[in-house]
Design a protein around this ligand. Structure first.
Ligand SMILES: [Cu+2]
Length: 325
């Protein structure tokens, strides 16, 4: 500390008189020392203290993968940020013009300095190439990265049992069909814990994007297309589902909560719901990977005419209003 204080006026003087290069090099070594110490302290502090709380959390393997990726990116970015800030603050403190003092004079120009040029290109190249390789590996790793992989996914999970859940985007809500439970349809996403879920994402109208934030899943919902995404649940609790593609006037209303239950709870819920909704399910088009918009109702709707499957008032099979046009 006393060294820093003692060097202050000397550095200002050296700047003013633009003396020999040895006066400049001790600034560099001091800057590097401050940078190394702060990076070595703040990087592990961030990784171990803040890291476990970085979104999207650890509810699924893909969410945990995304959290790990964010943490690696921040651990690499933090020393870069520190380098800029330390240099800036150091310059403010050491090379500022003092009231009534001599006008500050610039030091030796760095242009044409071979070491800086080679070092700059080398360091940035290594960082960028490493991140490109790391990012590619993280995308490909078993089961993909929670993004839609299209209708023929090449990165498939290794789990023996996979629960398929169909996500149907429509203006303006998501509904979910469970083909292994008779193809019933709900407006809340319910999934079991410790299970690999295969999301089959499609749409009845425009392009939506199924974004189950804490599950680490985000996949486009296109009409006439089955977009597959995987995630393996590893934590109980509720999560948020949003539409992440501007899809019309009530896009912002495509918001709901989903829930991860224990496998036993899920099984009980699914079996009960299958029975409870049997009458509704028989009115839906048979389960398919995609649906044409006029698969059912005469007016070109996925749902039967004049029936809102989520209304508390309207009933399935209710008589059609006459002469409405
Ligand atoms: Cu939408």
């Amino acid at each position: 500390m006393s060294d820093t204080e003692a060097a202050g006026p000397a550095a200002a003087a050296s700047g003013a008189e633009s003396t020999g290069p040895q006066d400049q090099t001790h600034h560099w070594w001091r800057l590097i020392a401050i940078w190394v110490v702060l990076s070595a302290v703040l990087d592990p502090l961030f990784y171990f203290l803040a890291g476990p709380h970085i979104p999207p959390g650890t509810m699924t393997d893909t969410a945990q993968g995304a959290q790990f990726d964010f943490n690696v990116l921040i651990v690499i970015a933090l020393p870069v940020l520190l380098a800029v800030w330390i240099y800036m603050i150091y310059a403010f403190v050491m090379w500022r013009a003092s009231r009534g003092g001599p006008e500050p004079v610039g030091g030796q120009a760095a242009s044409g300095h071979l070491g800086i040029q080679v070092g700059w290109i080398l360091v940035t190249t290594v960082i960028v190439l490493f991140l490109a390789g790391f990012g590619t590996y993280e995308l490909v790793q078993p089961g993909g990265a929670g993004g839609g992989e299209g209708s023929n996914p090449i990165w498939t999970p290794t789990s023996k049992t996979i629960l398929p859940v169909q996500v149907i985007g429509q203006q303006w809500k998501f509904t979910y069909r469970y083909p292994t439970f008779g193809g019933f349809e709900t407006d809340q996403l319910v999934v079991p814990n410790d299970t690999t879920i295969e999301f089959n994402v499609t749409s009845l109208d425009v392009v939506h994007s199924f974004w189950a934030y804490q599950l680490g899943v985000k996949a486009d919902a296109n009409p006439d297309y089955n977009n597959v995404a995987y995630a393996t649940t590893q934590q109980l609790g509720s999560f948020i589902v949003r539409c992440a593609e501007l899809c019309g006037i009530w896009h912002g209303a495509m918001y709901n909560n989903g829930v991860v239950l224990t496998p036993q709870q899920f099984l009980a819920w699914a079996r009960l719901t299958e029975v409870r909704l049997r009458k509704n399910t028989s009115l839906l088009p048979p389960y398919a990977l995609t649906y044409t918009p006029d698969a059912n109702g005469a007016d070109g709707s996925y749902y039967p005419d004049s029936v809102d499957p989520y209304s508390n008032v309207e009933q399935y099979g209710a008589p059609q209003p006459k002469g409405g046009g």
